[in-house]
Design a protein around this ligand. Structure first.
Ligand code: RRO
Length: 322
C-alpha cells in the first residue's frame, strides 16, 4: 500500500483556550468545587494538571469537619454525597492562593458558602481584601446542610444577597446555581441575575436530596440526613445541559460554566454546544483523579479535529434546534 502523505505544515491542532471572569485560560476544563480541592496538596495537583483554572472547596469563616461518614458514595451512573461543607476555613484558601498566584498564571478561584447571610457577607468582605485573588465563586446551592435551605431556590433572598454582595465586594463574583426544573423558575432567576455584573454563572450543583438504597442491607448508603444527598455524575447530565442551555438563551451576554455529568470529551463538547465557555468536572475527577483532564482534553481535541473546529468559539452555543 502506498504511504499516505500528510501535510503536517497545513494541519493546525485545535486549542481549548477560553476565558472566565475576563481572564484568559489555556483550557476550558477545570475542577468542580468540592472535588479534589479541600487540601493544599489537592489544589497543587490541580494546578499541575491539564486544567485552565482551579476552584477551591466552598469555604466558611472557620474550619468545618463536615457531616459524619460515609458521606460520599459512588453509585451506578454517578454519585451521592452529603459532605456537609468540610473545609479548612477561608484564611487557609486565601493563604494558598496568595502563595501560589505568584508562581502560576492559572487563576485559582475561591468558592465561598456561608451558612448564614451574615457569614456570607463576612466571607465576601474578607475575600474582597485579598490581593492576589482573581475571582470568587459564590455557592448559592449547597444542598447538604441540615436545616438550611438552598439560597438559589429562594429568589427574594438570592436577589437581596447579591445586592449586598456587589455593594461590599470589589472582586469579580460568579455564582454556582442549583439545577432548576421549571420554565418559570429559569425565568425568575435569570431576571434576577441579569441585574448584576456577574463574572460568570455556573450551572449546576448536584441535584439536591436524592436517595440511593442498598437492597441487600435494606439501608441508605450515606449516613447524614437519613440518607438524602446531592446527586452528581452522568445521572444529571440532561439536567445540567438543560440548565446551561436555558441560561445561555435567557442571558446570552453572560459567561457560562457548565458542570454536571462530564465523563468524556463528548460530554464537554455538548456543554460547550449549549453555551458553556468553561466545563467543570466533579464526579469523574473523584473517580479518576487529575489524569482525567489529560484524557478528556485529548478526547475533546479529537472531536474538534474530526469536525474541523480550531477553537471552542467555533461551536460554542451553536446547538442546532430541530
Ligand atoms: O459539602 C457539601 O456537602 C456539598 C456542597 Br458545599 C455543595 O455545594 N454541593 C454538594 O453536592 N455538596
Amino acid at each position: 500500500m502506498a504511504d499516505v502523505q500528510i501535510n503536517k505544515e497545513a494541519f493546525v491542532s485545535p486549542v481549548l483556550n477560553s476565558s472566565l471572569a475576563k481572564i484568559s485560560l489555556e483550557s476550558c476544563l477545570m475542577n468542580a468545587s468540592g472535588v479534589h480541592c479541600t487540601q493544599e496538596s489537592e489544589l497543587q495537583d490541580l494546578i499541575e494538571a491539564k486544567t485552565g483554572a482551579v476552584v477551591s472547596k466552598s469555604c466558611t469563616l472557620e474550619y468545618r469537619a463536615g457531616n459524619p461518614e460515609p458521606r460520599y458514595v459512588t453509585i451506578p451512573y454517578g454519585s451521592i454525597n452529603s459532605m456537609g461543607l468540610p473545609n479548612n476555613g477561608i484564611r487557609y484558601y486565601l493563604d494558598f492562593i496568595d502563595g501560589n498566584q505568584k508562581n502560576t498564571a492559572k487563576p485559582i478561584i475561591l468558592s465561598i458558602a456561608g451558612l448564614t447571610r451574615k457569614e456570607n457577607i463576612e466571607l465576601l468582605k474578607t475575600a474582597s481584601s485579598a490581593q492576589s485573588l482573581h475571582a470568587i465563586e459564590f455557592n448559592l446551592s449547597c444542598p447538604n446542610i441540615p436545616g438550611k435551605p438552598q439560597t438559589g431556590y429562594d429568589f427574594e433572598e438570592s436577589k437581596s444577597i447579591l445586592e449586598e454582595a456587589f455593594s461590599i465586594c470589589s472582586k469579580p463574583i460568579g455564582v454556582k446555581l442549583p439545577p432548576y426544573f421549571d420554565m418559570a423558575h429559569f425565568e425568575a432567576m435569570a431576571a434576577i441575575l441579569d441585574q448584576f455584573p456577574l463574572a460568570y454563572i455556573c450551572c449546576v450543583n448536584s441535584i439536591g436530596n436524592g436517595m440511593w438504597i442498598d437492597s441487600a442491607e435494606e439501608s441508605t448508603v450515606i449516613k447524614p440526613k437519613s440518607g438524602f444527598g446531592g446527586i452528581g455524575g452522568l445521572f444529571i447530565k440532561p439536567t445540567a445541559l438543560a440548565n446551561v442551555r436555558m441560561f445561555h438563551k435567557l442571558l446570552p451576554h453572560f459567561n457560562l460554566v457548565g458542570c454536571g455529568g462530564v465523563q468524556n470529551g463528548e460530554d464537554a463538547f455538548q456543554h460547550i454546544l449549549c453555551g458553556a465557555s468553561v466545563v467543570q468536572i466533579g464526579t469523574t475527577l473523584w473517580e479518576e483523579g487529575t489524569a482525567c483532564f489529560d484524557r478528556i482534553s485529548q478526547e475533546l481535541i479529537d472531536i474538534m479535529t474530526k469536525k474541523g473546529y480550531s477553537t471552542i468559539e467555533d461551536f460554542r452555543g451553536k446547538l442546532r434546534e430541530i
